[in-house]
Design a protein around this ligand. Sequence first.
Ligand code: SAH
Ligand code: SF4
Ligand code: F3S
Length: 446
Amino acid sequence: MNKKYFIVTYGCQMNVHESEKIAGILHARGYTESLSEQDADIIVFNTCCIRENAENHAYGNIGALKKYKKSHPDRLIAVGGCMTQQPGAAEKLRRKFPFVDVIFGTHNLEDLGELLDRKANRRKSVVEIWEQEGKIREQDIAYRTSYPNAWVNIMYGCNNFCSYCIVPYVRGRERSRSPEAVVGEVNSLLDRGYKEITLLGQNVNSYGNDRGGEVSFPQLLHQICSRDEKFRLRFMTSNPKDFGVDLVEAIAAHPQICHLVHLPVQAGSDRILRQMNRKYTAEEYLKKIEMLRRRIPDCQVTTDIMVGFPTETEEDFQKTLELVKAADFTTAFTFVYSRRSGTVAAQMDGQIPEEVQKERIMRLVELVNAQTREKSVAYRGQTIEILCEDFDEKKNLYLGRDEYGRMGYFADRRNRIGEFVRIKIAETSGVSLMGTVEDTEEKEQG
Ligand code: SAH
Ligand code: SF4
Ligand code: F3S
C-alpha cells in the first residue's frame, strides 16, 4: 500500500531541515510525500514558538483538523518541534486536541518512527517529550528536496539566554557535532552533486566550545573548504558578540564562502541591548562590520531587528533607525517583540503597547525596504552569477540566488537547475532581478 505523508513546518531554517529528517524517517517506513493534506495518511506539524503568532498559526491549523480526523479516524496526526517542548505545552495540546495521535519534542525527533509503532498498538495518544537533550545521533537521515542546496547542522542548542528568547529553553544547551561528522556529511553531499551547503547553528561562532575548543568554527570552515572545487558555503547564525577576525580571515581565504554574513543586531540602543543580554554595544557592532568590509570590500550584511522590547522608548527606537542607516544592511528581518513565557524579558516591567509596536515596525520596515530597493537598482546592467535552484511554472522562468542571496530570474530552453549561470540584469522588481543568460557557449551546447 502506498502511504503518504504531509509535513507542515513553522519556524527557522533549522526546523526546515528537521522536517527533512522527519521526511527521512517516514520514507524509511514506506511513506511518500503527498502534495495535499487531504490525501495524507499522516500529517506532521513541526512547530515553532519563537513568537506568539507562530504558535497561534500552529494551534489554528491543528484545530482545523478536528472534523477531518472524525471523518478519517485512520489517518494519523503528529505534532512535534519547539512548541511542544515548552513546559506544560504537550499536556495543553493533548487536552485541547485529544485527536492528535503522537506528540514529540525537539530532543526525540529521531524516535518518531518508534512512537508511531507505539501508537499503532493503542487507542490513546502517545506523548513523549524529553526534558534533557540526548546524545547527538550522527546518521544523516534527512530526505532532502532542496537540491542543489543542502543544510547541515554543525551544532544544536544555545547557551546565550538572550532575555527575550525561548530557544535555549526548548533546544537545550550547546552541543557541537564532531568536525569529522560535519566534514563527512558535507563531503558526501558534494559528492552527490549538491552545490550549496548552509551550516546551521544558533551561534556558529561558539562551535566546538563544548568539545574543548579543539576545532573552532573558522577552523571548521578551513577544513570544509580544503576540498578544491566550486561550491557555495553559507552559515547561520553568527552572533555578533563572538564575531571576530579569525572568521573574517576564513571568509576571505576561501572562494567557496559567500560574501554575505547574517549578523543579527536586534536593536540600536545600548540600554536595550544590555537588557536583551546581547553582550555588545551598537558601536562595537558597527566596528565589527567595518572590520569585515575593510578586509572584504564586497561583503554584504543582513540582520534581524526587533522593535517594542520592554521599556523601549522612542529615543531607543530612533537609535535602531540610525543603526540601520549606518550599517547599510542588504536586507533585514524585522520582528515585533513577543512576550515568551519563561524568559527573563517576560517578567520585565514596561511591556510596550501593541499600537506603539505596530507603529514602530511600520517605520522600520519602510526604511529597510527603501534601502533594499536602492540596492536592487544598483544591479541594473550588472552581470551576476546565480546558482539555479528551481523553475517557476507561473512565470515560466528559472530562478536562483547570487552569492549575496538576491533572487535572479531568467528564461532558458533547457533545464539549468543545479548549474551556476551568469545572467545580465535587465530589470529589477522589488528584491527580484530579471536577467538574460550570458554564458551563451554552454547554452548552445545544450
Ligand atoms: N540565534 C539567532 C537567532 C535565532 S531566532 C541569533 O542569536 O541571532 C531568530 C530571530 O527571531 C532573532 O534574531 C530575533 O530577532 C527574533 N526573536 C527571537 N525571540 C523573539 C521574541 N521573543 N519576539 C520577537 N522576535 C524574536
Ligand atoms: Fe535566542 Fe540569543 Fe540563542 Fe539566538 S543567541 S537563539 S537570540 S538566546
Ligand atoms: Fe527555530 Fe522557532 Fe525553534 S525559530 S529553533 S523553530 S522556536
